[in-house]
Design a protein. Structure first.
Length: 165
């Protein structure tokens, strides 16, 4: 099976859905955020604080290119599509799923999250950031999965059904 790449805004459920898919499909799981933390030996909030978002995006590109192309579920960071290089790389893959989640649902899920540097940056307009990223997610993805009001298992089943189509 060609690897599955999950893209979407922070709080769209990429990691949770990737974990469910890993169980259902019995394959490997790679999470680009975890790969960055392991490879660069620094948690993401610290990378943002000490090195800045630009360096984080460079790290993100490097680990994206290290992901396995076969039998792997890859959960990407919400901003993976911020670099055109990453978009072009993802477009070369058949199984790119955009987890389309409404602003209201994202806000509800992340209201108490203190570990996301961009979400917790009060100088960033996250709703505007989502609006800017939406067309890029849609352009890069081969499949769009609406996630609002759906259980993780139902979303995973929907993704699996698209693989068989």
């Amino acid at each position: 099976m060609e690897s599955i790449y999950l893209i979407g805004f922070m709080g769209s459920g990429k990691t949770s859905i990737a974990e469910m898919l890993q169980q259902k499909l019995n394959c490997k799981l790679q999470d680009t955020d975890k790969m960055i933390e392991d490879q660069y030996e620094m948690v993401i909030p610290r990378i943002f604080e000490e090195k800045g978002e630009r360096v984080f995006r460079e790290y993100e590109t490097a680990v994206l290119k290290q992901t396995d192309n076969e039998d792997t579920i890859v959960a990407t960071g919400g901003g993976i599509i911020e670099k055109e290089e990453n978009c072009n790389w993802l477009k070369k893959h058949r199984n790119v799923f955009f987890l389309d989640t409404s602003w209201e649902e994202i806000n509800r899920r992340l209201v108490d999250d203190e570990l996301r540097p961009i979400w917790n940056n009060q100088n960033r307009d996250k709703k505007q950031l989502l609006a800017r990223r939406l067309p890029v997610y849609r352009e890069v993805a081969n499949f769009i999965i609406k996630t609002d009001g759906k259980a993780i298992e139902a979303i995973a089943e929907e993704i699996v059904s698209k693989l068989d189509a």
